[in-house]
Design a protein around this ligand. Structure first.
Ligand code: ADP
Ligand code: MG
Length: 347
């Protein structure tokens, strides 16, 4: 399947290069496998008026979360939220989840109960049923993988491809908060380790910390779009950061995007905390990641429905310049947007 070579570093390929390399020799043998690797969820056609959607997300202690500041209840909620978010990114409804956990003997029953309390709260919030999973031992730490199943009416399916020239680029909610929340939590952890007994100073940062520890997948956005009579031309959820996701939409749709710096929606807590950390808020909004907002394009005809909607911000538009992603500053100067989220295996 692969030619023999000595040793290639994973960082030479990056996350998406690696996925492409590993999966490119597979071809589907079932006609029902309509859309495989490459979108937020796979699309299965079993006949009827709906497609089945399938997506999985894994989280590892020490890589995706730090239990010294991440309450297990919130972690359980986050694991479900991140999984169903990929179903919403296809404009679908999540229906069932499977949860696979690996636990070391460091965890007590009470600890795992907390994790499952969070999973249960998320199941209620997103109206999904926990229908199975797997439980194994781990030599060290905790890992949790959630597979989400969903459905979408065939005429409502939205992929990463499909944006047309001049379509409006729209994002739900605000950007950068989860990343800045993480900066606060890591700073307070460092203070605590240097001065045991010190109380963490989280005041005034509640919103951004909540966005990091307990993100909300945007089930409501799928409903709102339906009520507005809008089927986006393409859509993705923001897990790696706006910059990375806009590249995915552009590459899949065969277009470019112009994004306007002053339009990027940010909570005041994000802006003030970014300044405290000597970070440029625009860079945080572009590269922060873990926002779990939906990023989508709509035809110009929907402008009036979107423009003053409290849940949406029009941040730019699609261009005919293939693979050109530009940030336009207030003065009109244009900068190329780099996709930081593509560097997972670096450093
Ligand atoms: P998302 O951020 O939306 O969860 P990912 O970036 O994790 O998506 O994955 C991109 C695409 O690659 C998805 O279609 C996913 O199913 C697929 N994928 C990721 N890892 C693997 C893998 N190890 N084997 C096969 N497909 C994979
Ligand atoms: Mg996704």
């Amino acid at each position: 399947m692969f030619e023999n070579r000595e040793r290639t570093e994973l960082s030479d390929l990056g996350e998406f290069g690696l996925i492409e390399h590993l999966t490119k020799t597979f071809s589907n043998v079932n006609a029902s496998s309509l859309l495989g690797v490459g979108d937020d969820a796979a699309v299965i056609d079993n006949g009827g008026d709906e497609y089945v959607l399938l997506s999985t997300d894994a989280m590892f202690e020490g890589v995706h979360f730090d239990l010294s500041f991440h309450p297990l209840k919130h972690l359980g909620y986050k694991a479900v939220s991140t999984a169903v978010s990929d179903i919403y990114a296809m404009n679908g409804q999540a229906k069932q989840i499977l949860v696979a956990i690996a636990l070391s003997n460091r965890f007590s029953l009470e600890a795992v109960e907390e994790l499952y309390l969070g999973i249960k709260i998320a199941c209620e919030k997103f109206s999904v049923d926990l229908v199975g999973g797997d439980t194994t031992a781990s030599p060290k730490g905790l890992s949790i993988a959630v597979t989400a199943l969903g459905t979408v009416a065939k005429n409502k399916l939205v992929r990463r491809s499909g944006a047309g020239e001049n379509d409006l680029l729209v994002v739900s909610g605000d950007l950068g908060a989860a990343y800045m929340g993480l900066q606060i939590l890591e700073r307070e952890k460092k203070v605590f380790l240097e001065h045991p007994g010190a109380q963490p100073d989280l005041q005034g940062h509640e919103y951004i910390i909540g966005r990091q520890l307990r993100p909300e997948a945007r089930l409501d956005v799928v409903k709102i779009l339906d009520e507005l009579g809008i089927v986006p031309s393409c859509m993705i959820d923001i897990s790696d950061g706006l910059a990375s996701e806009v590249h995915h939409l552009g590459i899949h749709s065969g277009c470019g995007f112009d994004i306007y710096d002053e339009k990027l929606p940010m909570d005041p807590q994000v802006i003030s905390t970014a300044m405290d950390f000597d970070l440029n808020p625009t860079v945080v909004a572009l590269n922060g990641g873990e926002d779990y907002e939906l990023l989508f394009t709509v035809a110009q005809e929907h402008y009036e429905k979107i423009k003053n909607h409290p849940d949406f911000t029009i941040i730019g538009h699609a261009t005919s310049e293939k693979n050109q992603f530009r940030l336009i500053g207030k003065s009109g100067a244009a900068f190329e947007i780099q996709a930081q989220g593509w560097q997972h295996f670096k450093g």
